[in-house]
Write a protein that binds this ligand. Structure first.
Ligand code: PMP
Length: 406
């Protein structure tokens, strides 16, 4: 199917509105994406026609919803090319997926003196759970450094890997500055020492094809709301062999087999990790978002977004006052910059008045800002429904910001 930007924009009702009497421009896609009608209507249909709790009813509607939920799991499996459906655990999102692994893997495999390796580019969600684990166990958090362009220094990574390393946790794409990390290479090096790798895919799956088997990832986590699906749902992929070995994270209904007051046995995968009523309507909505992305064409999405990134980089470079952060050779969908000594928050407030949503601040990545010695950036994060005209509008607003504050 040809990539038709007008049709695509029509699929997203929220984009049609005016903000401050100006056509709305949404450049905060790394925080959350907007939802196509296909997703909204699919979830509506469940609420209106088939809603029933899953896996436990023998009745008609429960049966339909259970099938739709398990079909959603299969859709997510095929989206990232996992081997088995039961390797897909539904979670409330990326943060929950990382916490699950940090807790469960940490409980079983991490002890005093061990090391956990993360990178300088992580979102707080892929720092704090590991930090807490290290505190609980007396383990040490080590960090792969980055260079001034925002690329991880792989030689340093190789040096940090050792017999003490228990797990490596890295982001696929950095939300703050858009660097695409060479995760396949990172995984290969870790596997040479038998160390498993968790990849934070929150900013990756919506921008191009991800194949967890091809990457060799042991764990891969992402959120529905950042890939045109609903909030409150996400997925954790884990290789069967490793998931089988992990103890449960949260406990309660659904994740059990036999329960007595003395003893409990646990359900098989994936249910062992899905305690309580899962967000089944969220999962069905997330699967609809996957279908929408696949119908649009992930290759076409990547081409359009690359064009926007190149165009935006070129247009913004015209401002002498503008300094980019993140100049990695492999980079997607994020324009992160400051305007000389204008506070990013002041700039964001003015840009907002032109009907343009950007994010300002540290983007939940304070160590990235510290590395660059800045208090934050202005971040325009792109999606496939954005256009070159919208980038031109952003440039006009930036011109006003500079005029106003200089
Ligand atoms: N990791 C990255 C790279 C992110 O961009 C985000 C969200 N900004 C998260 C993790 C956390 O995702 P969520 O809030 O959906 O759990």
């Amino acid at each position: 199917m040809a990539f038709d930007i007008n049709k695509i924009r029509n699929d997203f009702p929220i984009l049609k509105q005016q903000v401050y009497n100006k056509p709305f421009v949404y450049f905060d896609n790394a925080a959350t994406t907007q939802k196509p009608l296909k997703v909204i209507e699919r979830m509506n249909k469940v609420y209106r026609e088939t809603n029933s709790n899953i896996h436990r009813g023998v009745h008609y509607l429960s049966d339909i919803t259970t099938r739709d939920f398990e079909h959603a799991r299969e859709t997510i499996r095929s989206f990232i090319n996992a081997k088995h459906d039961h390797e897909i655990i539904f979670t409330p999102g990326t943060t929950s997926g990382i916490n699950l692994v940090a807790f469960s893997f940490g409980e079983k495999f991490v002890s005093e003196g061990d090391e956990i390796l993360i990178s300088a580019l992580e979102h707080h969600a892929n720092i704090v759970p590991w930090q807490m684990l290290c505190k609980r166990k007396g383990a040490k958090l080590r960090v792969i450094p980055m260079n001034d362009d925002g690329e991880l220094i792989l030689d340093e990574y190789e040096k940090l890997l050792s017999s003490r390393t228990r797990i490596v946790a890295v982001t696929h794409v950095a939300n703050s500055i858009g660097t695409v990390n060479p995760v396949k290479h990172i995984i290969k090096s870790a596997h040479r020492l038998g160390v498993p790798v968790l990849v934070d895919g929150a900013q990756a799956v919506q921008h191009g094809r991800v194949d967890v088997q091809e990457l060799g990832a042991d764990f891969y986590v992402f959120s529905g709301h950042k890939m045109y699906g609903p909030t409150g749902i996400g997925a954790l992929y884990g290789r069967e062999e490793i998931l089988e070995e992990l103890p449960p994270y949260q406990t309660g209904g659904e994740m059990v087999d036999q329960v007595t007051f003395e003893e409990t046995t646990f359900n098989r995968l994936p249910f062992k990790f899905e305690a309580g009523t899962p967000n089944y309507i969220g999962a069905i909505g997330m699967a609809a978002a996957v279908e929408y992305l696949q119908e649009t064409g992930l290759e076409e999405v990547a081409v359009h977004e690359k064009d926007l990134l190149d165009y935006g980089t070129g247009r913004l470079s015209e401002f002498e006052e503008l300094v980019f952060f993140g100049r990695a050779k492999e980079k997607i969908s994020v324009l992160s910059f400051v305007l000389e000594d204008i506070h990013p928050y002041d700039a964001g407030m003015v840009i907002d008045k032109y009907g343009i949503a950007v994010r300002t601040g540290t983007h939940c990545a304070q160590p990235v800002m510290d590395r660059f010695g800045i208090r934050g950036t202005i971040r325009a994060s792109l999606a496939f429904y954005n256009t070159r005209e919208e980038i031109d509008r952003l440039c006009q607003a930036i011109r006003k910001v500079i005029q106003m504050f200089k």
